[in-house]
Design a protein around this ligand. Structure first.
Ligand code: PCA
Length: 339
């Protein structure tokens, strides 16, 4: 049996080698771990990106997507790409805030809370993020935001005091700080583990998008969704720079073109999801509403405090980033005023 298998393996290797020779270049087989479920629009967008790369390179660059932390857990994805254990991957950019505060600008409540502002923030953030990650031999391909973040609770919340002592699911340092400042008790939990964490009572509230609420069937364990539209955190797709450089120039261009299309498509999908998925929450029995004025006011104060804390940590580069972002906002106001 063993020798038969060996023989089969040899045949397969020979067959692959023939394919390689006929293409005149080494075929790259890339593994791509991602943290979020296969059904999430982020993962579907990534699959489309992989298909596009495959088609544009005649199969010479083939990317296998491994969703939901199935190959590498979210917390390890960045280092797995960096070390070359995998060639390419996706992770939540703001998870890297302990390395550099600039990665976290898109997780600050109410700094950039619309798609338009988020795009401008990414324009301002991108060169910083790309440069820092390039220093770690990671090439940034593209980033796509989640829909705006809202607060899910088991019981109705009319003032911020209602969150006091509530066990609150978080996913990065910024949401942890937000929960803390709201008087809640943060616990970091990855998306695939959300349903179990709620049904076993480890947590009883969270802040996330309508998309993640729907993907997790939040109505099975939560009653209320407050549409705070606090911020739009982004997922970033990075490739190991050495793996990228080992491609031919044409193949690299094919990857960059597919990435540019994935970024455009991803932002559109995200925006489309916002209202559709919020409606889905309601249709499944979640009470959807805006936060009360008192709660909004308290959240604004938390946002202001977090922005101050961030500026202190982010230093001169943080100021430069904010300056670039504000210039874009002003430029737009000027041009709309003169229309
Ligand atoms: N979903 C991810 C990140 C932000 C979002 O909307 C999560 O809840 O972990």
């Amino acid at each position: 049996m063993k020798s038969l298998l060996d023989h089969a393996a040899t045949l397969m290797v020979t067959a692959c080698a023939a394919v390689l020779i006929s293409h005149g270049a080494f075929a790259a087989q890339w593994n791509m771990p991602t943290p979020y479920p296969a059904g999430s629009f982020h993962t579907q967008n990534i699959q489309q990106f992989a298909d596009d790369v495959n088609a544009a390179t005649d199969g010479a660059v083939s990317i296998t997507v491994h969703p939901a932390g199935s190959l590498v857990k979210h917390a390890e994805i960045k280092n797995a790409v960096r070390s070359g254990q995998v060639e390419i991957g996706e992770f939540l950019l703001s998870r890297l805030s302990n390395e550099n505060a600039l990665f976290e600008a898109d997780a600050l409540p109410f700094l950039a809370d619309s798609y338009d502002e988020s795009r401008k923030l990414w324009k301002a953030q991108r060169s910083f993020v790309s440069e820092i990650l390039a220093g770690q031999r990671l090439t940034v391909l593209y980033a796509v935001p989640w829909p705006p973040q809202g607060i899910y609770t088991s019981n109705a919340v009319s003032t911020i005091a209602d969150l006091s002592g509530v066990r609150f699911r978080t996913y990065n340092a910024a949401t942890e700080r937000l929960a803390q400042l709201a008087g809640a008790v943060p616990t970091q939990i990855e998306v695939p583990d959300i349903p179990q964490a709620f049904t076993t009572g480890r947590v009883e509230a969270m802040i996330t998008s309508s998309t993640t609420g729907v993907n997790s069937k939040a109505w099975d364990f939560l009653g209320y969704y407050y549409d705070t539209r606090a911020f739009l955190p982004k997922n970033v797709i990075v490739v190991n720079s050495r793996a990228f450089q080992s491609l031919t120039e044409e193949q690299r261009q094919a990857v960059l073109d597919a990435a540019a299309r994935a970024e455009e498509r991803g932002w559109e999908l995200s925006q489309e999801e916002t209202s559709v998925q919020t409606r889905t929450l309601g249709e499944n029995g979640i009470t959807v509403s805006d936060p009360s004025p008192e709660m909004q006011d308290a959240l604004d104060k938390i946002g202001a405090q977090m922005a101050d804390e961030w500026v202190e940590r982010a230093g001169a580069d943080g100021e430069a980033l904010l300056e670039a972002f504000r210039k874009m906002l002003i430029a737009q106001n000027d041009s709309s005023a003169s229309e």
